[in-house]
Write a protein of this length. Structure first.
Length: 136
């Protein structure tokens, strides 16, 4: 049976472990630790690049908002809301579009105009936003 002291040591180390893994999630904006991203075989420079949310915001407002902004999302039933989606997922979709591994005439055109580091910036930016829930 654990005594009170060892229970609190255990609880303290558990919460430390937990907060360490939570903050690792928030601070690693390279998304390189997922199997799906590592399988994309990106250049080391791109793989290690850490996304910049403010660059992503600028890009989103220039090139994506016309279709992924609330006004269009409210009208077009098949246009996805990117806000609040996982960054690594969005990033992978953009790579897939650019490489032709996912096909959509609109998005393949859009993705072909983005560099891989810009994809990280814009994917990370959208992941930090709150979903609109306009898709009904
Ligand atoms: C001309 C309209 C249009 C523009 C501009 C546009 N998109 Fe899209 N996007 C779409 C449509 C439509 C889809 C859904 C494609 C499908 O059905 O497979 C989509 C899908 C996506 C997806 C996949 C989402 C998912 O849930 O799988 C991502 C990621 C994405 N867009 C990112 C972007 C980014 C980043 C930009 C700006 C650089 C952008 N899009 C600009 C129309 C657009």
């Amino acid at each position: 049976m654990l005594n009170h002291y060892s229970k609190s040591v255990l609880a303290a180390s558990l919460s430390l472990l937990l907060s360490a893994s939570v903050s690792a999630q928030v601070t690693d904006t390279s998304f390189k630790d997922t199997l799906a991203v590592s399988e994309l075989k990106l250049d080391a420079k791109v793989l290690n690049y850490k996304a910049d949310a403010s660059k992503g915001e600028t890009l989103a407002n220039q090139r994506c908002i016309a279709c992924h902004g609330d006004a269009m999302l409210g009208m077009m039933k098949t246009y996805p809301d990117l806000k609040g989606q996982k960054a690594a997922y969005l990033f992978k979709q953009l790579i897939d579009f650019k490489r032709g591994d996912r096909s959509d005439p609109l998005m393949q055109g859009q993705a072909s105009m983005l560099s891989e580091t810009e994809m990280k910036d814009v994917a990370y930016y959208y992941s930090t936003q709150t979903a609109s829930n306009l898709s009904k």
